[in-house]
Ligand binder design. Structure first.
Ligand code: ADP
Length: 674
């Protein structure tokens, strides 16, 4: 058994270089995780922090539930395999493999049994008496793996273990390591800059860039649903075609106007994950389509599925099994060199900067790669017709580079009419809760429709005045906790609802729904979501006190705006393990969501378990009432019931914060510590 939990992990070198920023991941037992990204993106640093070879600057690392930030590498029960094998040249293969066990004083007969078994698994039995220099690269790498296997570690860490091998051997060793993982049934974490290696080996892949995690997903989801332009460009060869464009919706059709001049027309149903604001004809987007989904046009192709684009051919590459045709969209001869650009753009990115494959400054509007059959004939200068699969288009915001056609649409945006005390959208009319009544502007004679942002998990199914029909359900299993995505139609409008539960409605069901009004936004009318996070500045302090038995002991406090609150032991443990005693000198910000706070009327003078506050305003959201509470001059938002009949405004209250829901930020370095 070995699960790993990485929470807010940072690595800061020399107090300034952030090599790894806010790395968060839950790794399940027996997973094969691959960290991939261009060189310098922080893969090795993260792996070395897991191994204990590098200090963790901030954050919490757990193995099987235990915090191991301060545990010595040798006590983590982890084995690491390096790129350069790191074998002892003067020892035989047998001695190399036995070395760690010998040092740990394991009995000789058990060492023998383990070494011979590992040698058998790896097929190196006949080399056991040889010295490393008498082995090939592949054999040495097997010995390095064998040295790790004999220790029966909980976790295998592999840092570019195949990069010193030639291409053929790499492919063979890849398959061998995958088999080894299946056979050992242990958790593997594997670092590589090679996306093909990542895609063929990982059960889940972490794509990193410039010290930041870009996406964590299965190979299939990374390929089919890249979260941003970088991931789209980094995963897959030849690289995805990228074309700057704008989108305009007309009824059931969406016109994708490429900057290079051509227009593709798509059925709106295919793009129903895309927020309507991108379809106004102005918003700059990037269209992405993999060469796999661009093929030569054939007579009789269905125009609802395939768009036809004229292409001027610049280079033809016959690869034996298939032919890659490079060119530019259109029939005019370009004044730039699409051959070089298209060829260059097929290389995966290998630098940490902005000017790498996948970023817009290399997107030149009209280069295209077509994947054609092996016997396809075309020559430089020919004009051919390409067929682009409309169902396989990816779309990205040109400025943020994020996908605007996400696999999981977390936000619905639709038109609505706010009327002071009601909100109408998609043929439904909801009375606004008191907290929002009168917030929106009074109705004008010609009420202009406004844009409503409605998070998918703010649609509450099963209760309420709304009426929806379920069109589709999809079970999403993220990190083992089931979530269900429902595609609904509500008065002819498509909405997505997301629940943290297995599916409980079926296709065709009519389902009532309510809204969590504290999460909606109608920006033009001043309706904003309730703040989701409270933040109080403070420090971490200690006091020498006398316990009940008269002993002098240290007690630890979260000092929030000069109000000491007793720190729970588990939180102290985390803070010390991340920062040591430097925690006492660090300016902090304590952050917590409203539902981490329990508010009670203040019965007695404040003690050190609760923060004293005063209610300044009540916010009645119908299902829940929140209070704005003044705490030392700062406002905290928390759910608040009070007692029936009592005047609750201006009430003196005590706030108890659930410290397991607390995020502690180093204010100076702007780093989440826990
Ligand atoms: P990768 O494994 O993805 O190639 P690394 O994790 O080795 O990248 O490095 C991440 C970043 O941290 C790089 O910018 C690198 O220059 C920097 N870095 C690595 N080690 C040190 C160090 N000892 N001191 C300062 N910077 C370092």
């Amino acid at each position: 058994m070995a699960s790993l939990s990485l929470k807010h992990i940072y690595k800061v070198y020399d107090g300034t270089t952030k090599a790894v920023n806010d790395f968060n991941m839950e790794i399940r037992d027996k997973e094969f995780i691959v960290f991939v990204g261009p060189s310098g993106c922080g893969k090795s640093t993260t792996l070395r922090m897991i191994a204990g070879l590098e200090d963790i600057s901030a954050g919490e690392l757990r193995i099987d539930g235990d915090i191991v930030n301060d545990v010595e590498p040798g006590d983590r029960n982890i084995a690491m395999v390096f790129q350069n094998y790191a074998l002892y040249p003067h020892m035989t293969v047998y001695e190399n493999m036995a070395f760690a066990l010998k040092t740990a004083k394991v009995p000789k007969d058990i060492i023998h049994q383990k070494v011979t078994e590992a040698a058998r698994i790896l097929g190196i039995t006949e080399y056991l008496e040889r010295k490393p220099k008498a082995l090939s690269g592949g054999q040495r790498q097997r010995v390095a793996l064998g040295r790790a296997i004999v220790r029966s570690p909980k976790v295998f860490l592999l840092d570019e273990p195949l990069s010193n091998l030639d291409a053929k051997l790499r492919a063979a060793m890849r398959a061998e390591i995958t088999r080894l993982h299946e056979r050992l049934g242990t958790t593997f974490i594997y670092v590589t800059h090679d996306q093909v290696e990542a895609m063929t080996m990982g059960s889940r892949i972490v794509v990193m860039r410039g010290g930041f995690v870009q996406q964590i997903d299965t190979p299939k989801n990374l390929y089919n649903h890249p979260a941003n332009l970088f991931v789209a460009g980094f995963i897959g060869t030849p690289r995805m075609n990228f074309w700057p464009a704008t989108l305009r919706r007309e009824g059931n059709a969406v016109h994708v106007k490429l900057d290079s001049g051509s227009t593709l027309t798509i059925d709106y149903a295919i793009l129903n994950h895309v927020q309507p604001r991108y379809m106004d004809g102005n918003h700059p987007v990037i269209v992405g389509v993999r060469p796999d989904n661009v093929i030569p046009w054939r007579a009789g192709m269905d125009p609802a599925e395939w768009a036809r684009l004229p292409v001027t051919v610049t280079v033809v590459e016959a690869l034996g099994g298939e032919t890659l045709v490079y060119g530019h969209i259109g029939v005019a001869v370009p004044d730039h060199d699409p051959i070089g650009e298209a060829a260059e753009s097929t290389q995966p990115a290998n630098s940490g900067g902005k000017s790498e494959a996948g970023t817009p400054d290399r997107i030149t509007s009209d280069t295209i790669i077509i994947k054609a059959p092996a016997d396809y004939e075309a020559h430089r200068g020919d004009v051919v017709d390409a067929a682009v699969s409309l169902k396989k288009l990816h779309l990205f915001d040109r400025e943020t580079e994020a996908s605007i056609k996400p696999r999981i649409p977390t936000e619905n945006v639709c038109l609505c009419t706010p009327e002071g005390n009601a909100l109408s959208f998609a043929g439904q009319r909801f009375p606004l809760p008191p907290a929002l009544c009168g917030v929106s502007s009074p109705p004008k004679r010609e009420t202009a429709p406004a844009e409503l942002s409605l998070p998918a998990d703010a649609i509450l199914l099963g209760t309420g005045m709304g009426r929806a029909k379920v069109e589709e359900t999809e079970l999403l299993d993220a990190d083992g906790s089931p979530r269900t995505l429902y595609r609904l139609t509500v008065g002819g409008v498509t909405l997505f609802a997301l629940e943290t539960a297995p599916p409980r409605y079926g296709v065709g069901d009519a389902v009532p729904f309510d809204l969590d009004f504290s999460r909606i936004a109608v920006e033009s009318h001043g309706i904003k979501p309730l703040r989701v996070e409270n933040a109080l500045e403070g420090r971490f302090t200690k006091e020498k006190e006398t316990d009940d038995r008269g002993r002098r002991v240290y007690r630890f406090y979260l000092d929030m705006l000069d109000q000491p609150v007793s720190a729970e032991e588990s939180l102290c443990e985390k803070l010390f393990s991340c920062k040591g005693t430097a925690i006492f000198r660090t300016p902090l910000s304590y952050r917590f969501p409203p539902d981490a706070v329990t508010v009670t009327p203040r019965q007695r003078e404040p003690d050190k378990t609760a923060l004293p506050g005063r209610v300044t305003r009540l916010l009645d959201y119908g299902r829940v009432t929140y209070a704005e509470i003044d705490v030392g001059g700062k406002t905290v938002i928390a759910p608040y019931d009070g007692k029936a009949g009592e005047s609750r405004e201006n009430a003196a209250v005590s706030l108890v914060i659930d410290q397991t829901k607390l995020t502690v930020v180093d204010r100076e370095a702007d780093i989440v510590i826990v």
